[in-house]
Design a protein around this ligand. Structure first.
Ligand SMILES: C[S@@+](CC[C@H](N)C(=O)[O-])C[C@H]1O[C@@H](n2cnc3c(N)ncnc32)[C@H](O)[C@@H]1O
Length: 224
């Protein structure tokens, strides 16, 4: 069900609860995204010559929804890696639904996060990357299948590569098994191998399928 199918004062929470009920693997996928980002941060992949933790970590989320994953990522990355003061995590989220942009901003600010930017934009629009970046990491949960198919997926992967810093990480968790209702001529829930081939052909390296459960997989790759 779409966000617009829900009403009442807590309609955003009701929409998210419905997603969680229908796709119980979402929780594991969200944890997998956070783990992959924290591991990357701990490994210092962004700048292997740097022995200390990063003072500032710039992250981008595609398809923010109710911002629950954003909150977990912000909390976990600030606490991640080594000794010394917590890193400053600068967060940018792209979201097509204006109500979710407002909701995400309020939720993250209420949780005490200050370096946040919620952008109302359409990931199918060629211009969504204008004026943003570079980012050390980008992540997305259950969003890219909504873009409509392999051409749109390739376009968004290419755009993300263009705004990732060298060594930057992309983590995408999404459906990788088709639904019965899907048009086999225009598939939009694409297998892990298709993501791997697309990402490699665009120039990403170190592809990993971090986890596959139910109809979803959590996949990661890096800009060289
Ligand atoms: C199924 S929800 C997942 C939300 C969140 N990532 C989560 O897992 O809770 C997909 C999200 O992507 C957003 N979205 C879908 N198509 C989009 C587009 N073309 N541009 C930007 N955001 C989009 C939707 O509004 C929605 O918030």
């Amino acid at each position: 069900m779409a966000l617009s199918d829900f009403t009442g004062p807590d309609y955003i929470d009701a929409w998210t609860a419905d997603l969680d009920r229908r796709w119980p693997e979402r929780a594991m996928m969200a944890e997998c995204v956070v783990r992959a980002l924290v591991r990357w941060c701990n490994e210092g992949v962004v700048d292997p010559s740097e022995e200390k933790r990063h003072a500032v970590i710039r992250v981008l989320e595609l398809g923010v929804g109710a911002a629950g994953l954003a909150r977990s990522v912000l909390n976990s990355l600030a606490d991640a890696s080594g000794e010394g003061p917590p890193a400053t995590v600068e967060y940018t989220g792209i979201e097509i639904e204006p109500a979710l942009v407002l909701h995400g901003k309020e939720l993250l600010e209420t949780a005490g996060h200050r370096d946040i930017r919620l952008v109302h934009a359409d990931l199918k629009d060629v211009a969504w990357t204008a004026g943003i970046g570079p980012f050390d990491a980008a992540f997305s949960l259950q969003t890219f299948h909504d873009l409509g198919g392999i051409d749109a997926l390739e376009a968004v992967y290419r755009q993300i590569l263009g705004i990732l810093a060298p060594g930057g990480l992309l983590v995408n968790a999404d459906f990788v098994v088709p639904f019965e209702k899907d048009d086999p001529e225009r598939p939009r829930r694409l297998p892990v191998e298709t993501h791997k081939v697309l990402l490699s052909s665009l120039g990403y390296v170190d592809f990993r399928c971090e986890m596959q459960r139910g109809k979803k997989a959590c996949m990661a790759a890096r800009r060289p």
